[in-house]
Design a protein around this ligand. Structure first.
Ligand SMILES: NC(=O)c1ccc[n+]([C@@H]2O[C@H](COP(=O)([O-])OP(=O)(O)OC[C@H]3O[C@@H](n4cnc5c(N)ncnc54)[C@H](OP(=O)(O)O)[C@@H]3O)[C@@H](O)[C@H]2O)c1
Length: 265
């Protein structure tokens, strides 16, 4: 059993999938946890399971990140409870498939709030504490999607994931001299509730060899941020796909993306 290392990680979207796996990995490594998501009941079950394995301090914050007040409410909770956040995992996310113009603007706005604004604001709010202590580890859950000529969900999924990759680089380069690492973790297909939640049932039929499990993704993400790797693509196969699509002429990848997009919507 690992000892408590007196450090705390805040994980968004910890009620399932990759976020739940990150909670397990950080707990195994001796971190205290602050877990947040909308489904409080799920967070409580996960916290109870983790406490059975290891006596971890676990706080739960029920929050909907599409609410613009959520990041400040999370900071207030931590301040009121005397919690210093050493590590932040911006993991919460979802797919919003459909044709761009058919999706109500409010739905696009919520998506951008969760995937861009909340990620940026949580980083902004917790960074000063990390600078003060000269220690910080930040993970942004990006995706393999921007590397691939794939049809985009609503036209926004790959753009927000590109933002997360470039934002991670930017924060990493600005603050690595303060012992603050920031990594974009880019998984490919990973078995979680993601595709079911987004009604992407066709994707669920993809062959097994294309999928990774969430605990492997989380372990690789943890190792990457600890080593100060700024971007990590999970798994050999996904790295192969990303390299291949960089080698293919851009005109060809764009034609493939156009064909797949028009076939999908
Ligand atoms: N699975 C994949 O194939 C894959 C591939 C590449 C990247 N990713 C990325 O990995 C991250 C985690 O996804 P996952 O695959 O683990 O999916 P998941 O199992 O569906 O988990 C998504 C998490 O995000 C939370 N969440 C969603 N909307 C939220 C909101 N408005 N406010 C607060 N929390 C919210 C959910 O919690 P509640 O519903 O309880 O709020 C849940 O804990 C996402 O950023 C996703 O884009 C996934």
């Amino acid at each position: 059993m690992s000892k408590n290392i007196n450090k705390t990680v805040l994980i968004t979207g910890a009620s399932s999938g990759i976020g739940e796996a990150f909670a397990q990995v950080y707990s195994e490594q001796g971190f205290d946890l602050v877990l947040t998501a909308r489904r409080q009941d799920r967070l409580e079950v996960i916290a109870s399971k983790l406490k059975l394995i290891r006596p971890t301090n676990i706080h739960i914050i029920q929050a909907d990140l599409s609410d613009p007040m959520a990041p400040n409410n999370i900071l207030d909770f931590c301040t009121e409870n005397g919690i210093h956040v050493d590590c932040l995992v911006n993991n919460a996310g979802y797919g919003n498939p459909g044709k761009f113009e058919d999706i109500p603007w409010q739905s696009h706005q919520d998506f951008l709030q969760v995937m861009v604004t909340a990620v940026t604001e949580l980083t902004y709010l917790f960074l000063p504490g990390m600078i003060k202590k000269q220690y910080g580890r930040i993970i942004n859950l990006a995706s393999l999607a921007p590397y691939m000529p794939a049809p985009d969900m609503a036209g926004l999924y790959s753009p927000v994931k590109i933002f997360q990759i470039k934002f991670s680089e930017s924060i990493h380069f600005q603050y690595c001299d303060h012992n603050i690492h920031c990594s974009a973790v880019c998984p490919g297909l990973t078995r979680t509730e993601f595709h079911e939640a987004a009604n992407m049932h066709e994707v669920l039929k993809s062959p097994n060899w294309l999928w990774m499990d969430s605990i492997t993704v989380a372990r690789q993400g943890f190792d990457a941020v600890m080593k100060g790797e700024c971007i990590i693509i999970n798994g050999r196969l996904n790295n192969f796909f990303a390299t291949l699509s960089r080698l293919i002429p851009q005109n060809l990848t764009r034609s493939i993306a156009k064909y797949l997009t028009q076939r999908s919507y």
